[in-house]
Design a binder for this molecule. Structure first.
Ligand SMILES: *[C@@H]1O[C@H](CO)[C@@H](O)[C@H](O)[C@H]1NC(C)=O
Ligand SMILES: *[C@@H]1O[C@H](CO)[C@@H](O)[C@H](O)[C@H]1NC(C)=O
Length: 549
């Protein structure tokens, strides 16, 4: 079984633990300081399998940065009649207008401010906040765009603010992603359901006979009332459970795949999340504006001098903007790598380890397609979950990608090649030629946020240990991007998970790639697998940290 400790046991302690955690988050309690646990001290990676009878301590793994989930995941409550669809926020009836008088033109480097009034389907003003609006300032003929800031005043009014970063035409666009009532559905599901999907585990006996059972992040969600098999990652303590197969032993688990999407919504929930009211553009409230440069001949972009891109930079809001299809970071001098030679020159002598989901695999694919001499070595790999490798022998470049482990939704994949992120990081020496890129989030929207928080706690400890043994290792975190709008995967979930990602790594010397903002700035439809233009900019930003000057 490689990296897992296997045990078959009852699960009373775990049930109590999970209920306790959920109770803590949703009833606005916090742990007293005295029991906020510190991250476990780094320990050498151990890959041996052994039987364990100790009960898992769920609380031991949440470091202080992640312990106050109530605070980190704060979102206004949605009061009112939960069954009255017409009382939910309407994208058609909600309006926005300029905060001040309209001007003939606006100064580059300034701000445009607007006020948004949310209304329900009867046209009545909303009196509480919690709607998920997304605002953009677009420069369509300049292929420009920047996310606007949306401040929820929690009384049905929202303040919008857009930095004016390029000279020329610009146009505000506001979308209602989910009404506050739809967010309420998502919140309830996170609170009440331990999982909205399940998985399959494939066991193989000595004669090749197979048994298939349901697996999940907690014992109850394996659908069995009988005993379960528990798999505990030796390096990180991460847990996974399968129903015990009818005859085969727990340690004969060889395969993993996604299972079903579970039915978790009522018809009323579905009405609130229906396409008719989801991700809908509000009626135009502000005429296109003209942004003028300070003096003729000056720069047409409002970019003050920025430091080279290095890990540990303070976050900016917004983190950047597009102009002529190029993403300009506002926190550091991001660079473009538009030729094959510039990419090769930057990556020369580096080993890049990408560990994450398919949105990160897009980076690997982009590099491998863009640079013909970067040869993929994945002939025998199961493509979907990897591990993938590409090499460039004349420049000494190695590019790895592998899927993060459970709870990956995938076609059937060997369990042996599903390594936990913590385990992979524990096996890296690190150093100035090592680049680690992590990209997680999309597969964690289907469980309560504690599951992701606990996973991040283990990864955080592994990153801290890696940076402690080799401080010159470059660690880059790709935040989760926009895309899904359903009860299983929604931008609202992703927004929340990104808060956990930021918090988990905030005080470590890592770099962030703001994929959320990079996928919410242009007038292109949201896609969980963004188009080439966006992936190119994400990879260019990664390369800006590898080669800051
Ligand atoms: C957790 O967050 C809540 C809400 O912001 C706050 O009132 C509380 O003091 C925080 N608890 C700790 C232990 O930081
Ligand atoms: C909403 O709250 C803001 C800030 O407290 C206030 O200025 C505004 O008048 C309020 N709007 C309504 C409609 O109550």
């Amino acid at each position: 079984m490689g990296p897992f400790m296997v045990q078959c046991k009852g699960h009373k302690i775990l049930i109590v633990g999970l209920i306790f955690l959920v109770w803590i988050i949703y009833f606005k309690m916090s742990w007293p300081d005295s029991i906020i646990p510190w991250p476990p001290a780094p320990h050498p990676a151990s890959k041996s399998a052994s039987k364990s009878t100790e009960s898992p301590s769920l609380l031991e793994s949440l470091p202080q940065e992640l312990a106050n989930l109530t605070h980190l995941l704060y979102w206004p409550l949605t009061p009112g009649d939960k069954e009255d669809f017409l009382a939910s926020t309407s994208p058609q009836a909600s309006t926005y207008h300029l905060r001040g008088p309209a001007q003939a033109s606006y100064a580059l480097g300034g701000y445009l401010e607007a006020i948004l009034l949310a209304r329900d389907h009867r046209g009545r003003p909303k009196t509480h906040g919690g709607d998920l609006f997304r605002a953009q300032l677009l420069g369509p003929n300049l292929k420009a765009g920047v996310p606007g800031d949306v401040q929820d005043l929690e009384n049905g009014t929202y303040l919008l603010s857009f930095p004016l970063l390029w000279a020329g035409k610009a146009q505000v666009q506001v979308r209602l992603i989910h009404s506050s009532e739809a967010v309420g559905v998502l919140q309830r599901i996170w609170r009440e359901k331990k999982a909205t999907v399940d998985f399959k585990g494939y066991f193989r006996g000595p004669t090749g006979d197979e048994e298939t059972v349901i697996c999940n992040v907690d014992p109850q969600s394996t659908g069995t009332r009988g005993p379960t098999c528990q798999y505990r990652d030796v390096d990180s303590g991460e847990l996974w459970f399968c129903a015990q197969p009818p005859t085969l032993p727990c340690n004969s688990l060889v395969g993993h795949s996604s299972g079903r999407y579970l039915k978790v919504t009522t018809p009323h929930d579905e009405a609130l999340l229906a396409w008719k009211v989801t991700d809908k553009v509000l009626p135009q409230g502000i005429s296109p504006i003209q942004i003028r440069m300070a003096a003729p001949g000056n720069s047409n972009l409002a970019l003050s001098p920025r430091p080279p891109c290095r890990p540990g930079l303070p976050a900016r809001k917004p983190s950047g903007f597009y102009h002529q299809e190029v993403w300009h970071s506002l926190s550091c001098s991001s660079r473009s790598f538009s030729t094959v030679d510039s990419i090769l020159g930057c990556l020369a002598g580096h080993v890049v380890h990408m560990i994450g989901d398919s949105t990160l695999r897009q980076w690997w694919e982009y590099l491998q397609y863009t640079v013909p001499s970067l040869k993929p070595m994945d002939l025998h790999a199961t493509y979907q979950t990897g591990p993938l490798m590409a090499v460039e022998t004349t420049r000494n470049i190695v590019l790895h990608w592998r899927a993060h482990s459970w709870p990956l939704r995938s076609l059937r994949t060997p369990v042996a090649s599903l390594h936990s992120v913590a385990r992979e990081l524990g096996g890296l020496a690190g150093g100035p030629h090592t680049v680690v890129v992590l990209g997680l989030g999309a597969h964690f929207t289907t469980f309560p946020p504690t599951i992701f928080a606990r996973r991040l706690a283990g990864i955080r400890a592994a990153v801290a240990a890696l940076l402690a043994r080799e401080p010159h290792t470059l660690v880059v975190i790709k935040l989760a991007n926009t895309g899904y709008k359903s009860v299983y995967g929604s931008d609202w979930f992703t927004l929340q998970l990104n808060r956990l990602l930021r918090a988990a790594f905030a005080d470590l010397r890592v770099a962030f790639v703001e994929a959320w903002e990079m996928t919410s700035s242009l007038a292109v439809p949201d896609n969980i697998h963004p188009g080439r233009l966006i992936v190119r900019n994400e990879v260019d930003f990664l390369l800006s940290f590898v080669c800051p000057t």
